[in-house]
Design a protein around this ligand. Structure first.
Ligand SMILES: Nc1ncnc2c1ncn2[C@@H]1O[C@H](COP(=O)(O)OP(=O)(O)OP(=O)(O)O)[C@@H](O)[C@H]1O
Length: 777
């Protein structure tokens, strides 16, 4: 039996706790029973086998459905239900991470999914505009146990008396979430989403929405919750097309990767720019200056020329052996063929067909001239059929094929880019319009590994090169022929072993139908074709031309114009959520204004929303950050901190030789102060290796390196790596050097000091930079 809903407002706290616990228990019982059902169905499906291809596809879809349901139910085990709304009229409403009903099509749910419209007042109702809500209750739980209740009475008079803040909802629950120790993994915020964040999360699917907000305003959190909301609301469309979430680096992706499953979502591809060209994992580092050159739109011409430069002609002619005679392929013939192919405007590998056809045509006329010329000066003696035969022979001649291939080869993006960037001569030609110093920045070793900034170039080249469909079809036909040959082999083996079996059993072979009687090899292949069981996200990851239903970009200020071109190709519908902060841009290729990013793609048709409250960084730390921001750009306003920590940031000047030891001492002190929490040491890139080595030796378990494990209590990293992350305590080392290291060094320092959720310290060996002098006071 369900416990009675709607506890009277006047009932005692203990009664409330008891009655809410009973309700929670019922919810968990319902969850268990649904989980059991899904588990049984899944097991039954896994036991089924065989059937038609359609039947198997259907079965696969059902299996996927139950598996996803189970994953979702498992993900909400903790914090299944976290809130309740009481209304002036009608039944109270419980809000949770998942929707639950007592029976399948029950219209009156036991638990309302936080993403449903009915849950919205939980995030929006205030004493000033209560929307019928009389009370918002936050339920605090540990596992299945209720540990506490926070009530907000939405009554103007009552609110005036409590001294609560009117700009936040669920203040007690919010403050408890914000002051909790960090764990190295981001947590969801479904219990305490604030009104300005809710507007962004629930905005419609269409169009480009840019969410600009200072550090700690919840941009990442909002972006992830928006993904969950969109998948819930536009389920059919988005699970088919997938949602892409692009983040700045893999450490960051690991940091946010747990948030979505706990929001009970699949069908989302989390990727960095370096993952966006299938088959390439571009992770190598390069200078910000080199990445900036690659990120500019000027590279479009460079790449186009690099492809054009591969379409060559000989100095005068080349000679090949054809049919026992020397055949001259003249420069003029190839120039004409090249001009015709280029005129077609098709991508290089596609236009190659035109080049080959034109060249073969000209060569066949040349041969006709030689062997069909009428000695009496009349018309050429070769018929049209003879000419066609000559063309066929030319086409099939390996030497002719090779010569034409040399002048117009089939190319891959990787080949063109690798050749271009590792060959000064090719660069000199293709990048002749770039300044010599930019060309010098591009030139690198042939064996160099791919960098993230290479990826948009590879993608652009894939567009310029295209795929020759006839080659692709030929490849597919070849694969199918191989499969049929294999199937014939299988059927032959079945047939062979059958005769042996029958001989053993004394039966006539013709009396019993064999596999080969009922199915031929091609039908066999069809039946056994592999069914694609991958999710949209998995298929999208493997397909460069995949078009996403929605694209979410985090730390979007860092993307270059070339990277935006890639993303826009993946999202022709321009259904995008872009979150970032132009004051935090550290990449030279990045942007400091959103207009310049979107104007070329959607003109004025993009929406700017600003988040203004900083949930991460306490007021004391933000006061320091405000000075840095003013130096970045006096016109920029820092976000308002929602709380203060009661601890002032500190700074300490130490001798250079003592710096590693002082870092260790500071880390020990800070680790003691934050208890369970995390300590982040942010250092200049030039010192990372040295200081990292020392820290690992002196503080066991400290994480350093290219992809440090954020679950460790102490992590040392560069500011670039710390983008989007946060730590209970942050120690910034050598701020002067951080500023000097990059042309956007002040923005880097702003990022560094705003990573702290509780405490900030600065260690320096020279005078504090002017922007931090307030610290010394
Ligand atoms: N409504 C909320 N309830 C609870 N916690 C919140 C809320 N909004 C934000 N936070 C917390 O504030 C912190 C900062 O959020 P987030 O990392 O999303 O900010 P950001 O704007 O992306 O910051 P940055 O630009 O510095 O990367 C996170 O710990 C997040 O969980």
């Amino acid at each position: 039996m369900l416990p009675q809903r709607g506890v009277a407002l006047s009932s005692s706290a203990t009664d409330d706790l008891r009655s809410e616990q009973a309700y929670l228990t019922t919810l968990y019982e319902r969850l268990d029973s649904l989980r059991e059902q899904a588990d049984q169905r899944l097991k039954a499906i896994l036991l089924e086998a065989g059937g038609t291809p359609q039947g198997r596809t259907q079965r696969e879809a059902t299996r996927g459905h139950y598996a996803e349901q189970l994953a979702q139910m498992n993900a909400v085990e903790n914090g299944l239900c976290f809130g309740r709304l009481d209304f002036a009229e009608g039944e109270p409403r419980y809000i949770g991470r998942l929707g639950l009903s007592a029976a399948e099509h029950d219209r009156d749910p036991l638990l309302v999914d936080w993403r449903a419209l009915a849950a919205r007042p939980f995030y929006l109702a205030t004493a000033v505009s209560p929307d019928g809500v009389t009370r918002r209750r936050h339920l605090r739980t540990r596992g299945r146990l209720l540990t506490g209740i926070d009530d907000e009475v939405l009554d103007l008079e009552a609110a005036a008396g409590t001294g609560g803040r009117e700009d936040v909802t669920g203040e007690a629950a919010l403050l408890s979430a914000l002051t909790a120790s960090r764990t190295g993994r981001m947590r969801d915020i479904v219990e305490t989403i604030q009104a300005e964040q809710d507007e962004v999360i629930r905005a419609g699917l269409n169009g480009v929405m840019v969410v600009q907000g200072g550090p700690g305003t919840g941009k990442t959190a909002v972006a992830l919750h928006r993904a969950a909301y969109l998948l819930y609301t536009y389920r059919a469309q988005l699970t088919k097309q997938g949602v892409l979430i692009l983040g700045p680096n893999t450490t960051f992706l690991r940091y946010i990767s747990q948030v979505l499953p706990s929001l009970a979502e699949t069908g989302v591809l989390l990727a960095t720019l370096g993952d966006m060209f299938p088959g390439v994992r571009a992770r190598a580092a390069e200078s910000s200056a080199a990445a900036a050159v690659k990120g500019r739109l000027g590279m479009l011409d460079v790449l186009k020329r690099a492809v054009d430069d591969r379409q060559t002609v000989p100095g005068d002619y080349v000679e090949v052996d054809h049919d026992g005679y020397p055949l001259r392929i003249e420069r003029a013939v190839l120039e004409d063929a090249r001009a015709a192919a280029r005129r077609s405007g098709r991508p290089h590998n596609v236009a190659r067909q035109i080049f080959v056809t034109e060249a073969i045509h000209a060569l066949s006329l040349q041969i006709a001239e030689r062997i069909g010329a009428d000695p009496l000066g009349g018309e050429n003696l070769l018929s049209a059929a003879d000419l066609a035969e000559t063309r066929r022979e030319l086409r099939e001649d390996i030497d002719v094929q090779q010569a034409l291939f040399d002048f117009w080869p089939v190319l891959t993006p990787r080949q063109v880019l690798r050749d271009l960037l590792s060959d000064a001569g090719r660069l000199e030609s293709a990048a002749r319009d770039l300044p010599a110093e930019d060309r010098a920045l591009l030139l690198r070793d042939r064996e160099a590994r791919w960098t993230p900034a290479d990826v948009p170039l590879l993608d652009e080249l894939a567009e310029l090169l295209g795929v020759d469909e006839t080659l692709k079809r030929r490849q597919a036909a070849l694969e199918r022929r191989e499969a049929i040959e294999y199937a014939e082999g299988v059927l032959e083996i079945v047939e062979g072993s059958r005769s042996l079996d029958f001989e053993d059993e004394g039966l006539e072979k013709d009396e019993v139908l064999s596999a080969a009687d009922v199915v031929d090899a091609s039908a066999f292949v069809e039946r056994h074709e592999v069914i694609d069981t991958r999710t949209a996200a998995e298929r999208a990851a493997a397909d460069r031309t995949w078009v996403f239903g929605h694209v979410i970009v985090d730390e979007a200020q860092e993307l270059s114009p070339m990277a935006w071109r890639l993303l826009m190709r993946r999202c022709p519908s321009r259904s995008m959520t872009v979150v970032g902060d132009v004051a935090q841009t550290s990449e030279l290729a990045g942007t400091t204004g959103w207009e310049q990013v979107f104007e070329p793609y959607v003109a004025q048709r993009w929406n700017l929303v600003e988040l203004t409250v900083n949930y991460r960084t306490p007021a004391e730390v933000m006061a320091v950050a405000a000075d840095v921001l003013a130096a970045v750009d006096p016109a920029l306003q820092p976000p308002r901190s929602v709380r203060s920590a009661g601890v002032d940031p500190w700074s300490l000047r130490v001798p250079r030789a003592a710096l590693p030891a002082e870092i260790t001492a500071a880390v020990r002190l800070e680790a003691g102060e934050v208890g369970e929490g995390r300590v982040g040491v942010l250092v200049p890139e030039a010192l990372e290796a040295e200081l990292g080595r020392h820290l690992v030796e002196s503080v066991p378990g400290a994480a350093v390196g290219e992809q440090p494990d954020l679950l460790n209590q102490v992590v040392l990293m560069t500011v670039r790596q710390a983008k989007g992350l946060e730590f209970d305590s942050v120690v910034v080392v050598e701020p002067d050097e951080i500023i000097a290291e990059s042309p956007r060094g002040l923005s880097d320092l702003y990022v560094a000091v705003t990573r702290a959720t509780r405490r900030l310290g600065v260690l320096h060996t020279t005078d504090l930079p002017k922007v931090l002098t307030a610290l010394a006071a």
